[in-house]
Write a protein that binds this ligand. Structure first.
Ligand code: A3P
Length: 288
């Protein structure tokens, strides 16, 4: 089944959300002007973007919020390709931090300057798919595909926002040398959040005190973040989300795919992706 044009449009082989951006705007991003201090968080959807976004916000802005305590993470770290409101990105305080689902080949050309820090987070693709399935019921700007099996076929065929999971991950990994990039996985963050936060700090050249580090780890823990209206995206407008059908922070676990995928579905999934996944330089953790 082809995705509905009401929800998705394609630019250079990549699907964008039609209700949140335009072809002209995404095409213009290749010329987007980069500042050396910029930081980019790149992910395939449902890989832990909002989580890492919050961690970056805590590392960079905590302690010197200067009256911006109530600014939501999504305003501090806006989406590059889904520009909302009238904020001029050129005027954001430095360092600017952007979140993006762009594939490596559509990012601003200047990102290949090898100085701008890019953090790329991956997650095991079965959990990504299951999270995505639930998310498409919750978020009104995505087409709901009620039947899980139908959703899986769309996911495997890359007929969803951000196209093929495998192409996205493989693209960023195989072009890593073009960028200044840190790879992280959702599962390593789950296993040892403190070490993951430290890794990010080292990459960004930020030194936090033990107390600051403890505070970031505490505030980024699932249960605390879920309660934090700045970080949990609960203030999205009613026409964007069906609040009775879920939330951005849903379960936050590793291995939830086992609760929904049948053995046959899991085998089908493995068959489609396994051969290709052999070339990825990461071992996925399917359960913790
Ligand atoms: P689940 O749907 O499996 O719960 P993204 O931000 O890229 O859309 O990813 C969303 C996924 O990250 C959701 O997964 C969400 O619950 C999870 N997530 C968000 N914050 C988290 C946190 N602090 N700890 C663990 N998982 C988190």
């Amino acid at each position: 089944m082809e995705p509905s044009k009401e929800y998705l449009f394609k630019y250079k082989g990549f699907y964008f959300a039609a209700k949140n951006t335009s072809l002209e705007y995404v095409a213009s991003l290749e010329d987007f002007e980069i500042k050396d201090s910029d930081i980019f968080l790149a992910t395939y959807p449902k890989s832990g973007t909002v989580w890492t976004q919050n961690i970056l916000s805590l590392i960079i802005h905590e302690g010197h919020r200067n009256g911006t305590e109530n600014v939501a993470t999504m305003d501090r770290i806006p989406w590059l390709e889904y520009k909302t409101g009238d904020v001029d990105y050129a005027d954001l305080p430095l360092p600017r931090v952007f979140a993006t689902h762009l594939p490596y080949y559509l990012v601003p050309r200047d990102l290949r300057n090898k100085r701008t820090c890019i953090i790329y987070v991956t997650r095991n693709p079965k959990d990504v798919m299951v999270s995505y399935y639930h998310f498409s019921k919750y978020i009104s700007t995505l087409e709901e595909v009620p039947d899980f099996n139908d959703f899986m076929e769309r996911f495997l065929a890359g007929k969803v926002l951000a196209s093929s999971w495998l192409d996205h991950v493989e693209g960023w990994y195989s072009h890593a040398e073009d960028f200044n990039i840190l790879f992280l996985t959702y599962e390593e963050m789950k296993k040892d959040l403190r070490s993951a936060v430290l890794k990010i700090c080292n990459f960004l050249g930020r030194k936090l005190s033990e107390e600051e580090l403890d505070s970031v780890v505490r505030q980024a823990a699932f249960e605390n973040m879920r309660k934090d209206p700045r970080a949990n995206y609960e203030n999205l407008p009613d026409d964007m989300v069906a609040k009775d059908k879920g939330s951005f922070l849903r379960k936050g676990t590793v291995g939830d795919w086992k609760n929904i995928m049948t053995v046959a579905q899991s085998e089908r999934f493995d068959k489609v992706l396994k051969e290709k996944m052999k070339t990825l330089p990461i071992k996925f953790i399917w359960d913790l």
